[in-house]
Design a protein around this ligand. Structure first.
Ligand code: SF4
Ligand code: ZN
Length: 271
């Protein structure tokens, strides 16, 4: 493997794409999986229904509330299982309380996630426009919801990354001697990787290539070769709204690092 090197390709709100070179496929896959299943985040896990005259059952309403992403400050909270309070009810370090009280008076209306009121501003909803339930005139809901840290491994509602995927870095080359400019590659390529100028095919959007090899098969002159770098990957990460996509990557690296340290210390204790 060569030296490790990271290059940002795009950052747009909850989305991040970057190139990472100099790591093995096993490491790339460990990073991908850790982002999906082991970065902790806050979600509602327990709901006390004080009143619910909507047509939605308590359980369904509680389930929907669990799926609302809450802004997560990982420096402020710990897992209840690891908290010093040792209490079933939890404390301000391992639990956050949100309340919701909504009523429809003369018109049917939708209750949105933004109406959940956090008692601790750190765990406000990251998207205020998620529909929770519809209320007809006279219907009301009133509840208290308890959020806690969890991971995607425990339940998908705690999945910090909505997308975490990588692909190999493509290497596409056109042999100018063989190319007759017949544009077959331009016609078949699903990602518009080629353009023909001065009678020769040119690679103009290399990173869009999905390595389908259609151009290789389509070129009647055998002018195109497609390969991929063996130690470089293009990552696409999309945060589910708990934290920024950069933080998802960094927290996943923290998890991997602490696992490696734990492994090293266990091995160190062997006779
Ligand atoms: S391998 Fe597929 S995506 Fe890549 S350049 Fe060829 S046709 Fe386009
Ligand atoms: Zn606690």
């Amino acid at each position: 493997l060569g030296p490790m090197n990271i290059q940002l390709l795009e950052k747009d709100g909850e989305r991040l794409s970057f190139i990472i070179r100099g790591i093995s496929i096993e490491t790339a896959n460990a990073l991908r999986r850790t982002m999906l299943s082991e970065v902790p985040c806050m979600a509602i896990d327990d709901v006390v229904m004080i009143e619910n005259s909507s047509i939605m059952h308590d359980e369904v309403l509680a389930h929907r509330l669990g799926l609302v992403p809450l802004r997560t400050d990982l420096d402020a909270y710990v897992f209840p299982e690891e908290c010093d309070c040792n209490s079933e009810l939890g404390c301000s370090k391992c639990r956050s309380i949100l309340t919701l009280e909504a009523e429809a008076t003369d018109e049917t209306r939708t209750v949105y996630s933004g109406e959940l009121k956090p008692t601790d501003q750190l765990t406000s909803t990251s998207n205020d426009r998620i529909p929770i339930v519809k209320l007809a005139p006279g219907q009301k809901i009133k509840l208290e919801a308890y959020a806690r840290l969890g991971t995607g491994k425990m339940h998908a509602k705690w999945q910090a990354a909505a997308v975490s995927a990588y692909k190999f870095i493509p290497v596409v080359s056109v042999d100018e001697e063989k190319c007759r400019g017949v544009k077959e590659c331009v016609r078949v390529c699903p990602k518009d990787v080629f353009e023909v100028s001065s009678g020769k095919a040119k690679v103009v959007r290399l990173l869009s290539c999905i390595e389908c090899l259609d151009c290789v098969k389509a070129c009647p002159n055998g002018a195109i070769t497609v390969d991929w770098e063996k130690d470089g990957f293009i990552f696409n990460v999309e945060s589910a709204g708990f934290m920024s996509p950069e933080e998802v990557v960094l927290r996943a690296l923290d998890v991997l690092k602490s696992k490696a340290e734990e492994f090293a210390s266990e091995v160190g204790e062997l006779d």
